[in-house]
Design a protein around this ligand. Structure first.
Ligand SMILES: *Cc1c(COP(=O)(O)O)cnc(C)c1O
Length: 409
């Protein structure tokens, strides 16, 4: 059979055609009225996308650049910070904070789980300057209780800023930055916004801007105050990734359009982003049901993210086999486990430009891989598909979870 290559990875994700066309057409200089119009509009759109009236900064870097910028701009050497970590991306926060001389307190949970709120409460000190966490831990497929951590900090009247890597949380979790009281919310281009890697963005609260006045870790290229000043004029401090910014505008238009009505044919970004979250939630629920029906277990069963589903390979099966077979036989690119999880789990992404047909097709291909590579006596074709079909048929279109999955329990 011919193969169509399709990404099912949690970044990069499949590209939106309208965004690709916008990129190809973006042959413009960045110190012109044409670019300023595009950039100013994208910055305004991003505010709606993350639910804030605060200023949003766009950087020409992958997501880690924005993570680093939040550390270098908000902390000083010797600052006490709290990192909530339950996977590879949580560990990245700890590494970054240490690299900038912070004293790191750590609340960790085993891979596949989320940390307990009591542990967070106990670790929070009067001197804690910043709390760093993920909204969703892409390496394990877990969703963290962002809403509860934010509430805890508020109730504690904590001076600590809450900095959230929502790089796979945005577009897969209902996150309203201002309503939750998040100080810095970070996103990346190659995830739910359906464009190539190379852009990151940060929404920043007034409290966090104020902190930057007194923090003194070194920063130059990622000086957020300098970017803020330039963005007021629709520009960036240095040459921005013009084509990606044009693509981002097109993608945000597409997301808004998901909520189009006859009265408002352009749609609405706040309503559209909710639909995008519900889309990911539905696909994730279909995938989880299929995996269970095929006799496999989730790696993060108690708090699964809608961004990606992490599946434990059956006993004695190397998850690399699943990854390789899906690619070589069906052109479907899924992700292996990262670090010590490699060979043990495989991850299927749901964030961004995935639909019903993609989902059903991948589950069908997964059944073929199981049938050929590691059939169990109980295996039968269609079991995964039946489970997914039922979830789809029975799901209410607005069933999606709150920002905090723990709230449901
Ligand atoms: C993808 C991702 C990042 C960013 O990684 P980059 O490779 O720098 O873009 C950060 N955090 C999470 C949770 C991610 O999924």
């Amino acid at each position: 059979m011919i193969l169509k290559t399709r990404l099912f990875t949690p970044g990069p994700t499949p590209l939106l055609p309208a965004a690709q066309f916008a990129m190809a057409a973006a042959d413009i200089h960045h110190r012109t009225p044409e670019f300023r119009a595009i950039f100013s509009r994208v910055l305004a759109q991003l505010k709606d996308f993350v639910g804030t009236t605060n200023d949003v900064i766009v950087l020409s870097s992958s997501g880690t650049g924005a993570m680093e910028a939040s550390v270098s701009n908000l902390t000083s050497p010797g600052d006490r910070v709290l990192v909530l970590s339950a996977g590879k991306f949580g560990e990245r926060w700890a590494g970054l904070a240490k690299a900038f001389g912070c004293q790191v307190d750590l609340v960790s949970a085993p891979y596949g789980e989320t940390f307990s709120l009591d542990a967070v409460k106990a670790a929070l000190r009067l001197e804690t300057r910043v709390v760093f966490m993920q909204a969703t831990e892409t390496s394990t497929g877990a969703r963290h209780c962002l809403g509860r951590v934010a509430k805890l900090l508020k109730e504690d009247n904590s001076e600590a800023l809450l900095v959230v890597d929502a790089i796979t949380g945005l577009g897969t979790t209902h996150i309203d930055m201002d309503r939750l009281g998040i100080d810095v919310l970070i996103g990346g281009s190659q995830k739910a916004v359906m464009i190539p890697p190379g852009l990151s963005y940060l929404a920043i609260s007034q409290r966090a801007w104020d902190r930057m006045e007194s923090s003194y870790n070194p920063r130059y290229y990622f000086d957020l105050r300098k970017e803020r000043k330039n963005s007021k004029n629709g520009e960036s401090a240095y040459t921005p990734s013009v084509a990606l910014i044009a693509a981002l505008g097109a993608a945000l238009d597409y997301i808004a359009h998901q909520a189009a009505t006859p009265e408002n044919p352009a749609g609405d970004l706040v309503a559209g982003r909710k639909k995008l979250v519900e889309n990911a939630e539905t696909i994730a629920a279909m995938t989880r049901a299929a995996v269970a029906a095929l006799g496999m277990k989730l790696f993060s069963p108690t708090c699964p993210a809608a961004a990606a589903t992490a599946v434990i390979a059956p006993d004695g099966v190397d998850s690399s086999v699943v990854v390789k077979e899906l690619k070589s036989r069906f052109g479907a690119i899924i992700a292996n486990g990262q670090g010590e999880m490699k060979g043990k789990i495989f991850r299927i992404a749901h964030l961004g430009y995935f639909d019903y047909l993609d989902t059903i097709a991948l589950i069908g291909a997964l059944e073929q891989v199981i049938a050929k590579s590691f059939p169990s006596p109980a295996f039968a074709f269609g079991n995964g598909l039946i489970a997914a079909q039922k979830v789809f048929a029975e799901r209410s279109p607005t069933a999606a979870a709150d920002a905090c999955c723990c709230a449901k329990k």
